[in-house]
Ligand binder design. Sequence first.
Ligand code: AMP
Ligand code: MG
Length: 347
Amino acid sequence: MIILGIETSCDETAAAIVTEHGIQSNLVHSQLEEHRPFGGVVPEIAARNHIEHLDGLIKQAMDVAQINFHDLDGVAASAGPGLIGGLMVGLTMAKSIALVHSLPLMAVNHLEAHALIPRLTDKVDFPYLLLLISGGHCQFLTVRGVGQYRRLGTTIDDAPGEAFDKVARMVGLEYPGGPAIEAAAVNGSRHRYDLPRPLKGRPGCDFSFSGLKTAVSRKIMEGKVLEKDIPDLCASFQEAVVDILEDRLQHAAVAFSESHGTRPLVLAGGVAANSVLRARLKATANTLGFSFTAPPPALCTDNAAMVAWAGIERLRLNMVDNLDAEPRARWPLDPDAPKSVGAGVKA
Ligand code: AMP
Ligand code: MG
């Protein structure tokens, strides 16, 4: 099975060719430079940029994999959640290719793509506990099968990637903030600044990051952060984020194992690229009896290989979409989950 994957949900234009055995090509054109002056993603600029680059990237992905359109068994594109302009570009491209070459179309949920890629990279079997941490999301999910997700907890305010990006901006580091903060923190003391860990110790597995972000901004306003203190602030902030995730993991692991026992913990999403966070959560998972898996960093941040892989998983089960599939700005993996589930949810 050879699938073309297309990703345009945010600020990465990406195309990939994936088979059941592995990734044949995986190209990403990042729009970072276009958005950097604004300190975040500008939807209109993103959509125009996808239009400019997508066709060339698809050609390049096919060239690297040494295949033609007639070799394909299907085409998959992120259809949501994300910025609607970009989603329209990618999904319309996928529909055109599907129509012209009579191929099955898979309109993939971008979060599902993050959730399923470890099944290719690490051969993880269902069920598993997923912690999805990115610029727009923060949730624990029980992954029971393709299309079968139960959300155990989510953020009641910001996503961790958003917090990384905002704190970076406060101290004058470049967008995206995650990698910049991780790099600055290497030379800093994680115990220097006393920062809050919202919801720590509370029942349930929801998250909160906005109080932490506010506390950082207060330290800066009070004049407690000079240029030389930035590494310490970054290290202290990163430590607080990891502490929050670790505490919440302890609760999620209990909720999950009540129904499924100890299984793999899988980390996904852009923030999962953080090496300090990966090491700490691996240790915590192992202490709880869970094995630990996280895709390589390049497959944690947005990419089209994960979209193509989700396409393979769906096509194998005949979960194919019609050409009238619509892009969706909002598209929860577990539509039945309440806004904030709190304690006592069944995995
Ligand atoms: P995504 O939303 O999955 O595209 O991931 C993008 C988010 O991941 C942005 O908010 C980045 O700041 C964040 N991110 C990327 N690399 C890292 C890192 N090494 N540490 C923390 N956050 C990161
Ligand atoms: Mg993403």
